[in-house]
Design a binder for this molecule. Structure first.
Ligand code: NAI
Length: 737
């Protein structure tokens, strides 16, 4: 649809000619009421005439457009806005475009050359914009353009005054973008190139003629449209081309050591590293920028404490972060208690979008229902106190900045059905600490008890931005891994909308972080508006699975794993895609409106429908793989020596059922004439393969390629991974079924 400005009032400063005139005509053509401001000065700011603005107004009116002239200097900012209010009753858009030049080499720049340029460009833009600001704030709409210049961004001989003022406008724009965001006031900066009287002195005439202002105006219109959500951007444009600029920063280098003075020599010696843009970062805001600087403080201070050896700072393995895994792992957080009644259960169910509109939701919403139950994912609520109440900050070895903590992943396993009232106690332990370079991951295991009975187990995986680099391990066998969904279309898709008040409702279940309700707080975190709790989307996804694959029977819910990828805004719709693989339902959640994946690697494990709990079954009794191993055993008896020659390795097998280890096998094709036995190998197997009974069968039947199974996470391999290539010999050729 064409972009219309009907009903919008636009002020374009310096619109008597050049770029400004083109903007004024283009806005008017699309229905805007335009204030055409121009002092009618010469290029150096001298003289004054109403003719320039009048001509543009005439041209607009002749085409049936709405326009009024204003002849004040931008230094009288209030008067320009008053013209808009008096004539059209409002002000929606301000394009700060008026400009003059007083080019001189720096040595010859006079006070007047400096001041005049600053007064028109920087101070003029400030005064005009300030006069419009409160009107925009009150109407919760405003679009502002600042006009900078390549001369400011890169420098240009003879334009010291102009460069300084133009980049001053970019600084102004950057801050207005932040202050205006919550009131839907957006401010962007352009650095245009166009032929005009300002450029005809520096460019050849044919270039001036071909770089038309009409190749710049459409971008300005887009940035000023209500549909455009860009805010705080900087763009270069001209000749019909538009590009965006941003800052890039080298990884840099800390040139200071604990208890030692910082020296210019240390800076000199690291100069190449300081200026090396390999792996450069792109800080988006002042928080991201400061973070790396501030983290140096704790890095430097912690140096030497791990190792008193004065050369420790030179050793690459020396700790450079406030994290000391050896100290932190295994630490317990003081236990927390959670008392609740049916009220908290119902509030939680409402918080994750349950509704009386669905009759089968009533068992979670009405305490008088014959099957009234708590939703299984309510199991995260009693345990989260360990995180919320600052428990982590008391852990020795975890000296981290708690403003940099992100909730990365969550695992919940139900061991007993949740009661609908009572008091639960949670015991939290730091299970592991991982070093991901850009940050640290803390795995927190929380067991929640009713009396002595273990009700549920949660694993919180929290990512601490900027806390990596302490030389720790990158992966952990304690982590409950996220798993990718199968490579086929989902078996079921559910679309469910969140409401504008979803986060306001969900927080009543105990996550009071203002990020989910306070626009100012959200803005500080770099979000346009308060975001939905990740655990709220988690609750949505879980109940979609429960309804679709378990008839809303909470006793069938066994476990859930989720990775939080992107935030959801309250009011957006969640699209849960589900794949059934035995009793495991893989899930992926997207925001319907944007198609962005918000929960990934997720799955829900269900108990089978007939049995209350598969753990009650005799271990391994129902494994299909038993038959295959029996067959392999027979083949080894027949062809053992030949296989030993061909393969020369010991294979350990771990077959899982419903995510739990169910049977172990050893195929020894290294010693003697080969053997098979049930159970682990007495020594160290050359390679150990872990996979589910179902996937094992698929591999054997040639339906699942072992390499693919490995890359999709279905097959885990420890030891010499190359040996898995010999699987074909063992499985396919000799285990024909
Ligand atoms: P222009 O000289 O054609 O237009 C500037 C207009 O501003 C003139 O009509 C002038 O009368 C008016 N003006 C000057 N002082 C004023 C004041 N105190 N109050 C109200 N109006 C005033 O120049 P052009 O090229 O259209 O420039 C527009 C803007 O774009 C300027 O800010 C300029 O610095 C900037 N720019 C232009 C580039 C180009 O390639 N044309 C390159 C980079 C930036």
């Amino acid at each position: 649809m064409a972009l219309s400005f009907e009903g919008r009032v636009v002020l374009v400063t310096g619109a008597g000619g050049g770029l400004g005139k083109e903007y004024a005509l283009a806005f008017a053509e699309r229905g805007a009421s335009v204030v055409v401001n121009d002092l009618g000065a010469d290029t150096k700011g001298g003289g004054k005439s109403s003719a320039a603005a009048d001509k543009v107004v005439e041209e607009i009116r002749a085409k049936g457009g709405k326009a009024v002239a204003n002849y004040d200097s931008v230094e009288d900012g209030e008067k320009l806005i008053q013209t808009a209010l008096d004539t059209f009753g409002r002000i929606d858009i301000v394009v700060n475009n008026a400009g003059i030049l007083r080019d001189r080499s720096f040595a010859r720049t006079s006070d007047l050359d400096w001041d005049l340029i600053h007064r028109v460009h920087l101070r003029g833009s400030f005064l005009v914009t300030r006069a419009a600001w409160n009107h925009m704030k009150n109407q919760k709409f405003g679009r502002i353009i600042m006009t900078a210049s390549a001369a400011g961004i890169y420098g240009n001989f003879g334009q010291a005054n102009y460069s300084a003022a133009k980049l001053g406008m970019l600084g102004l724009s950057n801050t207005l973008a932040i202050e205006g965001r919550k009131n839907n006031i957006h401010c962007n900066t352009i650095a245009p190139v166009a032929g005009s009287r300002l450029t005809e002195t520096v460019m050849p005439p044919d270039l001036v003629a071909s770089l038309k202002p009409e190749y710049v105006a459409p971008m300005v219109l887009w940035l000023c449209h209500e549909q455009c959500q860009e805010n705080g951007g900087l763009f270069e444009l001209g000749a019909g081309w538009v590009g965006k600029l941003r800052w890039e920063r080298s990884q840099g280098c800390t040139v200071r050591q604990k208890n030692q003075p910082m020296t210019p020599e240390a800076v000199r010696d690291q100069w190449d590293k300081i200026c090396d843009f390999t792996d450069a970062t792109k800080p988006n805001n002042i928080q991201e920028s400061l973070q790396s600087v501030v983290s140096v403080l704790s890095q430097v201070e912690s140096e030497g404490e791990v190792d008193a050896n004065p050369t420790a700072a030179l050793a690459p393995a020396a700790s450079t972060s406030g994290i000391n895994p050896a100290e932190a792992i295994g630490q317990k957080i003081p236990s927390t208690t959670f008392s609740f009644s049916h009220v908290q259960c119902i509030l939680y169910a409402l918080g994750v979008g349950m509704s009386t509109q669905d009759p089968d939701h009533l068992r979670f919403l009405y305490e008088g229902h014959s099957e009234f139950s708590a939703l299984p994912t309510f199991g995260v609520i009693p345990s989260q106190a360990a995180m919320m109440e600052g428990g982590l900050s008391s852990v020795p070895g975890l000296d981290i900045d708690f403003t940099q903590v992100l909730h990365g992943e969550q695992y919940l396993e139900m061991l007993k059905p949740l009661p609908t009232s009572g008091t639960l106690t949670s015991e939290a332990t730091v299970a592991d600490v991982l070093d991901k370079g850009s940050g640290a991951i803390i795995l927190l295991d929380v067991n929640t008890y009713s009396g002595n009975e273990l009700i549920c187990y949660n694993q919180f995986s929290v990512f601490v931005v900027g806390a990596g680099g302490f030389g720790g391990k990158r992966t952990s066998e304690k982590a409950k891994a996220a798993l990718p969904p199968p490579n086929r279309a989902p078996d079921a898709v559910v679309i469910d909308s969140t409401t504008k008040d979803q986060a306001a409702l969900y927080r009543l279940s105990g996550d009071w972080n203002p990020l989910h309700i306070d626009p100012d707080f959200a803005a500080m975190g770099g979000f346009k508006a308060p975001i939905l709790h990740g655990l709220c989307s988690f609750g949505f996804a879980a109940r979609h699975v429960l309804k679709h694959f378990a008839g809303n029977d909470p006793s069938r819910f066994k476990a859930i794993k989720v990775r939080f990828v992107k935030p959801v805004m309250p009011g957006q719709s969640l699209q849960t895609e589900m794949w059934k693989e035995g009793n495991r339902i893989h899930i992926q959640c997207k925001v319907k409106e944007t198609d962005a994946v918000v929960l990934s690697g997720a799955y829900v494990d269900l108990h089978g429908s007939s049995e209350a709990s598969p753990e009650d079954l005799p271990q391994g009794a129902s494994l299909q793989s038993e038959l295959v191993f029996a067959e392999i055993g027979r083949r080894i008896k027949d062809l053992g020596p030949e296989l030993v020659k061909k393969v020369n390795a010991v294979f350990g097998w771990e077959i899982t059922k419903d995510g739990k280890s169910s049977a172990e096998w050893t195929i020894d094709l290294k010693n003697g004439s080969g053997s098979l036995h049930k159970g682990p190998y007495s020594g160290k197997a050359d390679v150990t393969l872990t996979l589910s009974d179902e996937n094992f069968m698929e591999v054997v039947q040639g339906k699942l390629n072992p390499q693919k199974a490995f890359f999709s996470g279905k097959l885990k391999v420890r030891g010499n991974i190359m040996l898995s290539q010999k699987l074909e010999v063992i499985l396919k050729d000799y285990a024909k079924l």
